[in-house]
Design a protein around this ligand. Structure first.
Ligand code: IMP
Ligand code: MG
Length: 178
């Protein structure tokens, strides 16, 4: 069994999400914004974020994976579901749960750029800056966190815990160490 320790409460998450939505609403007034959500981890973040935006947007999804079944990144990024809305000439904002090595976002940004959007920016809820392996930064960031493995609010460990409304970090159960 893993032990879950709370990192962010529901209220803290709401306040991060609202503040990001306010910045985005201000910056994209009068533009044609398309939000590209990275499945599965960012689905809850996207659904809360769009409810706080004051501008019209379209949403689309990609499914990428850089993690295998465990806690360690393979460094390889694969795409298994592509966007469906044409993005040529549009303003694109990638919605991500956590930036870690940065490989997922680097891959997606380069791939979306091939379709000639007017702009591509990144909005991430959390960032483990200490683990970065490639040069990429979120243009809109909720919060920087330490190098700890987290779950909840859409984010998984072996596909579990995504439904938790708050964000936790996982530590092995003390009982099991004995
Ligand atoms: P990157 O390509 O190394 O930046 O990995 C980013 C992806 O790894 C995120 O989209 C998450 O799905 C996953 N990830 C990174 N850190 C965590 C974590 O602490 N818990 C669960 N998934 C994570
Ligand atoms: Mg993810």
């Amino acid at each position: 069994m893993d032990r879950l320790n709370r990192l962010l409460t529901g209220e803290e998450i709401v306040s991060l999400v609202k503040s990001l939505a306010d910045q985005i609403s201000r910056d994209y007034v009068g533009k044609e914004l398309i939000l590209v959500c990275i499945l599965k981890g960012a689905f809850m973040f996207l659904s809360d974020l769009i409810r706080h935006l004051h501008i019209p947007v379209k949403i689309d999804f990609v499914r990428l994976a850089s993690y295998g079944a465990g806690m360690k990144s393979s460094g390889l990024v694969e795409i298994s579901k592509d966007i469906e809305i044409p993005i040529e000439g549009k303003d694109v904002l990638i919605i991500e749960d956590i930036v870690d090595s940065g490989r997922t976002l680097q891959f997606l940004k380069e791939r979306l750029a091939l379709s000639n959007p007017s702009s591509i920016k990144i909005c991430a809820l959390l960032d483990k800056k200490a683990r970065r392996e490639v040069k990429i930064e979120a243009d809109y960031l909720g919060k920087e966190i330490e190098d700890i493995f987290i779950v909840g609010y859409g984010i998984d460990f072996n596909e579990g815990y995504r439904n938790l409304p708050e964000i936790y970090y996982v530590t092995p159960d003390e009982q099991e160490k004995r």
